[in-house]
Design a binder for this molecule. Structure first.
Ligand SMILES: Cc1cc2nc3c(=O)[nH]c(=O)nc-3n(C[C@H](O)[C@H](O)[C@H](O)COP(=O)(O)OP(=O)(O)OC[C@H]3O[C@@H](n4cnc5c(N)ncnc54)[C@H](O)[C@@H]3O)c2cc1C
Length: 396
């Protein structure tokens, strides 16, 4: 067992941390208030190789391992505390990986170099206005139409709708297939017949969330991922990868909160001594640190498992991978939220101001508690299924 990072991993981690300190932190308030990630930040990310990292080099990516991508996700989550840049990062990484693995050569050549170059957005569209957890109840359909498909239905709460319109690009879209099962299609947002809507969120304002309505949208056959009617599997593969990077971003945000909190309780005095001298504060710091360390290593192990199995195209050890990823996606956002909340309280009234910057993290991390990349109860259902057996899944 090797806990030490390799020299290359350490050097890359340090480079991404420097990028976070020099580029993301100074821009995070602007990202939040302007509701978009500035183009120069995206260009800098592309220059560092941070966009869709696992995509093979022939399509402009780094062909990065899940472990390296996980390390970078931590740093991006630490750098832009609002989580907007982390979401952009992990969507491109997770869904770029899926397109690279299951897309046609034509689609890969057309889409991936633009995504890795920061010139197009790639996201995921599964959730519908009637619900996101119960994907089996989805209503959007993809009907075979000659060589291609005709898409009809509606998606909701989809990240990056505005970005895909502004930059170009689109979403990997899950739809009910003719004859049962699901098709997974790359759907450019600029396709005729698509109407979009922007939702007003409470956090991670730098990346939009919106609706996509498809009125008989023609999708060329080259945009089908993998085999017809097997799309659910490819979507689940993407969620497994993306959930690991979500968790890593939460680890970075949690560490950032603790760094801010530690600095504050060293300096702030009450009753004649620094706050950090009170056991009530010190013990809380110790508890939070221990939880963050635990979740960080849980996250690295999940990434390591991804490298060992799914990223190599090895479908074995599925249960081990699902357990590791669901467990960390269940824990990491809660630990991160708790860290930010506690540190806000150490700051007292100052923690409630925008100057403290902590509310940025609280608003961003909350998205993962309410549902983004799968709600907490869905992670619990996956864990229950793997621990007890499929017959214990509480729904059909
Ligand atoms: C900021 C943000 C960005 C998002 N980005 C995307 C995106 O890019 N693409 C996309 O497709 N979706 C996206 N989503 C949607 C996300 O995937 C859904 O929120 C999630 O799948 C849950 O679906 P829902 O919100 O419809 O809640 P529901 O499915 O209506 O569930 C509501 C609540 O009930 C719980 N619940 C559901 N079923 C059960 C059960 N069987 N047992 C116990 N509890 C249960 C859920 O965990 C949740 O807490 C995003 C969401 C947010 C908040």
């Amino acid at each position: 067992m090797e806990f030490r990072l390799s020299d290359e991993e350490r050097a890359f981690q340090e480079a991404v941390r420097r990028f976070g300190d020099r580029v993301l932190r100074p821009n995070e308030r602007r990202i939040d208030s302007e509701g978009r990630i500035p183009s120069e930040v995206l260009s800098a990310m592309a220059d560092l190789g941070l966009l869709a990292m696992p995509v093979p080099e022939e399509f402009g990516g780094m062909g990065a391992s899940a472990v390296l991508t996980e390390l970078a996700a931590e740093e991006v989550g630490r750098g832009d505390f609002s989580m907007a840049t982390a979401v952009f990062f992990l969507l491109e990484a997770g869904w770029g990986h899926v397109l690279a693995r299951h897309g046609t050569d034509e689609a890969k050549r057309e889409v991936l170099p633009a995504v890795t170059g920061g010139k197009a957005f790639l996201g995921i569209a599964t959730t519908e206005p009637t619900g996101g957890s119960d994907l089996g109840a989805m209503r959007t359909t993809a009907r075979r139409n000659g060589d291609g498909f005709r898409l009809r239905g509606e998606k909701a709460f989809v990240s990056g709708v505005e970005e895909a319109k502004r930059l170009g690009g689109g979403h990997l879209t899950l739809a009910k297939a003719d004859g049962g099962g699901f098709d997974f299609l790359y759907v450019p947002t600029g396709s005729p017949g698509i109407a979009t809507q922007r939702f007003e969120n409470m956090g991670r304002m730098g990346i939009s969330t919106g609706g996509l309505a498809y009125a008989d949208v023609e999708v060329p056959g080259r945009y089908l991922l993998g085999l017809e009617r097997k799309g659910f599997e490819y979507a689940m593969e993407g969620f497994t990868v993306a959930r690991t990077f979500v968790s890593a971003a939460c680890v970075g945000a949690a560490e950032r909160a603790l760094e801010a909190g530690t600095a504050y309780v060293r300096e702030r005095h009450a009753f004649g001594q620094p706050l950090g001298k009170f056991e009530a504060i010190q013990f809380e710091l110790a508890d939070l640190y221990s939880q963050v360390e635990a979740v960080k290593w849980q996250c690295r192990r999940a990434a390591w498992l991804l490298d060992e199995y799914p990223l190599k195209g090895d479908g074995s050890h599925r249960s081990e991978v699902d357990l590791a990823v669901a467990a960390v996606k269940l824990t990491a956002p809660q630990v991160a939220f708790e860290c930010v909340k506690r540190v806000m309280m150490w700051f007292g009234a100052a923690g409630y101001t925008k100057d403290a910057g902590l509310e940025l993290g609280l608003r961003g991390i909350m998205s993962y508690l309410v549902g983004a990349e799968g709600g907490l109860n869905i992670m619990r259902i996956i864990l229950g299924r793997e621990l007890l057996g499929k017959e214990f899944v509480p729904y059909k």
